[in-house]
Design a binder for this molecule. Structure first.
Ligand SMILES: NC(=O)c1ccc[n+]([C@@H]2O[C@H](COP(=O)([O-])OP(=O)(O)OC[C@H]3O[C@@H](n4cnc5c(N)ncnc54)[C@H](O)[C@@H]3O)[C@@H](O)[C@H]2O)c1
Ligand SMILES: [Fe+2]
Length: 498
């Protein structure tokens, strides 16, 4: 029997997969993807509340998390709902990564309260939980049964969104990323009808975002834009969105990071995240996400952080195939001038990503990463990319291992390593949102939210297929799974909420 050399096998794989992805790209190009009516600027969340009043809903389920409630971020919107006579019930138990059991609780609350619409209010975790609840209740299906493409026959319940982070773009994407805490899997539900009807980008909600969350979520948005721009499914529209996002992020992320209260920079970041979401929901993502999802599954690394660490390494691998595109990004990012040699511009762009990471306090290495895990991580990442992503150049298992190895922390001397494993330094998730919610001091809440992003914790190793390779618009941010808050949800009638 004839066998192919590994080089020939890789070549065949590259050519075969590229052809298949190109064909799939023709189909996705034709897929109608709507967009929400957007409200933008300080006070937009209140205006969304006013607008929703006109739809005459019986009762709305507001899906959020306890940190958001503690910070009082929903008040302008709920005051507007109350003034308009709209009843609502707040479900504030969502924790990072939108775990399935908490989504199921939200579904039960929606049904027992007789709700007929959903407002998603929070970061990607709360928004994706809300999207899933809205789809599950109309289809009478458990969230798990909705995993994959178009698994719901009926459209979701009317859905409105107010993002409070600038990163995921979930308010404009066809995806909901949820997590299965039993086996540490990230699961994707994809349906073009998951796009909300209205969305409010309200920068005043983001001024209290802790620096590490500002940094990680901002780099998630940058990664969406870059991967959409250099993939094979890009279109004129996605290019425009991706380039705008990159320009805005380079200009405004350092400003928002340095001064969280810079409303103009926050607003530009909210828009950039939204544009990047519009780009990748059609053009998809690539290896940075494929690898980041494995870090999220195995180590619970915050997704934006994992993306940020891997972005320069993956770009170095892709550079030979995408140098002209990287050159365009460099010019748009303002780190080079049109007319310079493409190779120089491409290099400058990659260096600028590294510089941006450094400026945002993002580490070069992933502390949790272990050499022994790398083969399984690479295997799962290649599988995810092979099945889903229209990347410009495919990685072999060995190459992917090498790329991931770049993020390995430097070897720790034996004595130090032993000390580091003592119980005192064991990182326990500090995101018990119930406890956080009870603390009145804003600075404490902020600190707890910061720890959710800043301190990745170890988790039981996940199976290589930890991320369900299901959906084209996959984009996941894994943060340490916090202890579900047990505080009962509150039902408010308009009068009570006043
Ligand atoms: N649907 C999509 O298209 C899509 C795209 C990318 C990521 N995701 C998913 O989104 C989730 C991550 O979302 P995320 O990165 O927005 O983080 P997140 O929603 O998990 O929030 C992170 C932390 O920030 C806190 N927080 C949120 N807004 C705040 C504010 N304004 N002020 C202070 N604290 C605030 C939260 O309480 C939480 O502790 C992941 O589950 C990921 O898989 C989905
Ligand atoms: Fe992402």
């Amino acid at each position: 029997m004839m066998t192919m050399s590994p080089m020939m096998a890789d070549l065949a794989r590259n050519v075969g997969l590229s052809g298949l992805k190109r064909a799939a790209g023709v189909v996705t190009r034709l897929l109608p993807i709507g967009q929400p009516t957007m409200m933008v600027g300080p006070g937009a969340s209140m205006r969304l509340g006013q607008a929703v009043n006109d739809f005459g809903h019986r009762k709305i389920l507001i899906v959020t998390d306890a940190v958001i409630v503690s910070l009082g971020l929903m008040e302008p919107m709920t005051t507007a709902l109350t003034a308009g006579g709209t009843q609502f019930v707040v479900y504030d138990e969502i924790t990072p990564d939108a775990p399935l059991p908490l989504i199921e609780k939200g579904i039960a609350l929606y049904q027992s309260e007789g709700c007929d619409a959903v407002i998603a209010f929070g970061g990607g975790s709360a928004m994706d939980a809300a999207k899933t609840i809205a789809l599950a209740v109309t289809n009478h299906k458990a969230p798990r049964q909705l995993v994959g493409y178009f698994k719901g026959f009926r459209a979701p319940a009317p859905l409105y969104a107010v993002p409070t982070t600038a990163g995921t773009g979930s308010e404009v994407t066809v995806a909901a990323v949820v997590s299965d805490p039993v086996n540490n899997r990230k699961l994707v539900i994809a349906d073009t009808r998951l796009i909300p009807k209205l969305a409010a980008l309200d920068p005043s909600l983001m001024v209290g975002l802790p620096k590490p969350i500002t940094a990680a979520t901002g780099m998630d948005a940058l990664t969406h834009a870059v991967e959409a721009f250099i993939g094979q499914w890009c279109t004129d529209f996605t290019d425009r969105m991706a380039l705008s996002a990159v320009g805005m992020i380079y200009e405004n992320l350092p400003l928002a990071y340095a001064n969280g209260s810079d409303l103009a920079a926050r607003e530009k970041m909210a828009l950039a995240s939204c544009y990047a979401g519009q780009a990748f929901t059609r053009a998809n993502v690539g290896y940075v996400h494929a690898i980041a999802h494995q870090f999220g599954g195995l180590y619970h690394t915050p997704h934006g952080l994992a993306n940020a660490i891997m972005l320069p390494h993956v770009l170095k691998f892709l550079q030979p195939a995408v140098a002209p595109r990287l050159a365009l990004l460099a010019v748009r990012a303002g780190v080079g001038n049109a007319g310079e040699p493409e190779a120089d511009l491409a290099r400058k762009f990659i260096e600028s990503v590294e510089a941006m990471n450094a400026r945002l306090g993002i580490p070069v290495h992933l502390d949790a990463l272990r050499e022994a895990d790398i083969p399984a991580l690479a295997h799962a990442a290649c599988r995810e990319a092979d099945l889903n992503y229209p990347v410009a150049r495919y990685m072999s298992q060995a190459i992917c291992e090498g790329v991931i190895r770049q993020a390995l922390p430097p070897a720790v001397p034996a004595a130090k390593a032993q000390a580091a494993t003592k119980p005192t330094t064991t990182a326990k998730p500090k995101t018990d949102t119930k406890a956080v919610a009870k603390r009145p001091a804003r600075s404490r809440v902020k600190k707890a939210a910061e720890s959710a992003v800043a301190k990745p914790v170890s988790a039981e190793p996940a199976a290589p297929e930890a991320v369900e390779a299901a959906a084209p618009p996959l984009a996941a941010t894994e943060t340490p799974a916090a202890t579900p808050a047990k505080r009962p949800s509150r039902t408010r009638k308009p009068a009570e909420a006043a």
